[in-house]
Design a protein around this ligand. Structure first.
Ligand code: ADP
Length: 181
């Protein structure tokens, strides 16, 4: 089962992707987590992306695609995975199509959360790239570059819409039951 979880910053897709991946026994592939891991280990890649992420900008596609391609070619990802945070641009959709085929994704789970709720959540999370100005900027980047991807997957008939508001466990159950349906 190959899944993509997509939604605005703060929608809870990372938390849900981790839980659903655990339940389905497939890896949770989060490009954000992978980049943060590189930053904390001070690798060459981490040094390159640190300031880009702190500013709320997207890491260049060539870096992101190479890292993602490497990850999903590993043994544990052979039977499926949940992508979280990739693809984020139309160019990344084209890259993913080349890697797994245009019909490679079984379902795309779209998180819908109201913008005020999102800002509150992000402010209380307190991550480095979560100050108010950066949050606003990341929304803008999401709206311009990532939101349009939902139409692409909608046209392919693989979207499932989830209300991201609610208890974490309830949202998880909602996702699992919608995926079974
Ligand atoms: P959130 O879930 O809050 O949107 P992520 O943890 O997914 O945040 O990503 C954090 C940051 O990592 C992004 O703001 C961006 O700088 C970088 N990043 C993650 N995935 C990608 C991607 N697919 N393309 C470009 N940059 C990315």
């Amino acid at each position: 089962m190959k899944l993509l979880f997509i939604g605005p910053p703060g929608a809870g897709k990372g938390t849900q992707a981790g839980k659903v991946a655990g339940r389905l026994g497939i890896p949770h592939v989060s490009t954000g987590d992978m980049f943060r891991d590189h930053v904390s280990r001070r690798t060459d890649l981490g040094r390159k992306v640190d300031s880009i992420m702190a500013a709320g900008d997207y890491v260049p596609d060539e870096i992101t695609v190479a890292m993602l391609s490497d990850r999903i070619s590993q043994e544990d990802a052979r039977d499926g995975f949940i992508l979280d945070g990739f693809p984020r641009t139309e160019a990344q959709v084209a890259s993913l199509d080349r890697l797994i085929g245009e019909d490679g994704l079984d379902e795309v789970v779209v998180f819908e959360v109201d913008e005020d709720e999102l800002t509150q959540r992000l402010l209380s999370r307190g991550r480095d790239d979560d100050d108010e100005e950066t949050i606003r900027y990341r929304f803008k980047v999401y709206m311009e570059q990532t939101q349009p991807l939902i139409d692409i997957y909608e046209a392919r008939g693989v979207t499932v819409y989830i209300d991201g508001i609610g208890e974490v466990d309830e949202v998880t159950e909602q996702i699992l039951s919608r995926l079974e349906a």
